[in-house]
Design a protein around this ligand. Structure first.
Ligand code: MEV
Length: 315
């Protein structure tokens, strides 16, 4: 049996502004999807969602990856009926943490190892992106790129730059699920409508968003987490101004700051979804506890700098 694991991701800065060509900064985090493949009878099973029907939308992801791998290596990768695939993902679904991309990336990596071809990480990335494009509406490619390479990623107008930077080792990120579900496409549309109503004001907010990303790079280089936390709060304020915050989002940010976090903000589309806090590891458990006491699901992640990899020793 061949197994690969791939990380999820969060956006640190720049969501929404990126839709109008401004830069954003994402980071791969220590929540993983594991996918295993072995010779079998076409059983695709997810620990979280159960047996995957061969005609389902989830199956389309696996089918596309097999099809694209076959095209790329000019041989039939595998017949679905001749393999068993097992998926175990600890990345929350539909929370903007790249759960689908991590499964695509882990499956692509495991499949290419299983069929024994020479491959690079960029092969994995391109094949996984094909699957993401087939299953999701206009994905940017940031989720699969972060899941493949790990670390910090700067992206702007479709161009990705893996940064040779790390957050200080004592820094952790608290991820809080507001429990409010929203369709990313609809949130994006509401923001763009506001942009059309007041373009002069909105363009200034977007410029400020860009300056925040540039300053964040400087602070990360200098290991200035107090500065980085302040920028997160400013970014949260800008997201409020474009209309994507929510009462729970603000409550969580306030509580994290009260408990000593460096900063906090919405991460992703907003109007619910996920809120993140940048914290020192010495107080992360305390912050987690206080957020949970308010009834929210929350967990701690660290940056992942490795990206996708094979897991050895599983039978
Ligand atoms: C959603 O995770 C991020 C947005 O910027 C949308 C996008 O970039 O496609 C809100």
């Amino acid at each position: 049996m061949i197994c690969s694991k791939a990380p999820g991701k969060i956006l640190l800065f720049g969501e929404h502004f990126v839709v109008k060509g401004k830069p954003a900064l994402g980071i791969a985090v220590s929540r993983y999807a594991v996918v295993c493949i072995k010779h079998g009878k076409g059983e695709f099973f997810s620990k979280q969602i159960g047996r995957i029907d061969h005609e389902s939308k989830d199956m389309l992801l696996f089918r596309t990856i097999i099809e694209k791998a076959s095209e790329r290596y000019s041989k039939k990768a595998v017949e679905i009926e001749n393999v068993d695939v097992y998926i175990d993902s600890e990345i929350p679904l539909g929370a903007g943490m790249g759960s689908s991309a991590a499964v695509s990336v882990a499956f692509t990596h495991a499949l290419l190892s299983y069929i024994g071809v020479d491959f690079s990480l960029s092969d994995v990335n391109e094949i996984a992106f094909e699957a993401e494009k087939r299953v999701h509406y206009r994905p940017s490619g940031v989720d699969n790129t972060l899941s493949v390479y790990g670390g910090l990623l700067y992206y702007q107008s479709g161009v990705f730059k893996r940064l040779d930077l790390k957050l200080p080792g004592n820094v952790e990120i608290v991820v809080v699920d507001t429990g409010l579900k929203r369709a990313t496409g609809e949130v994006v549309r509401s923001v763009l409508e506001r942009y059309d109503r007041v373009p002069v004001i909105m363009s200034k907010i977007y410029e400020a968003g860009e300056e925040i990303v540039n300053k964040a790079l400087e602070y990360i280089k200098d290991a200035n987490m107090i500065g980085l936390g302040e920028l997160m709060l400013m970014n949260h304020g800008l997201l409020w101004a474009i209309g994507v915050s929510c009462k729970e989002c603000d409550e969580i940010v306030h509580e994290m700051i009260r408990q000593g976090a460096y900063g906090g903000k919405i991460s992703g589309a907003g109007k619910g979804g996920v809120v993140i806090g940048l914290v020192d590891s010495s107080i992360s458990s305390k912050i987690l506890e206080s957020i949970r006491q308010r009834g929210f699901k929350a967990f701690i992640v660290k940056p992942d700098y490795n990206g996708v990899s094979e897991i050895r020793g599983i039978d």
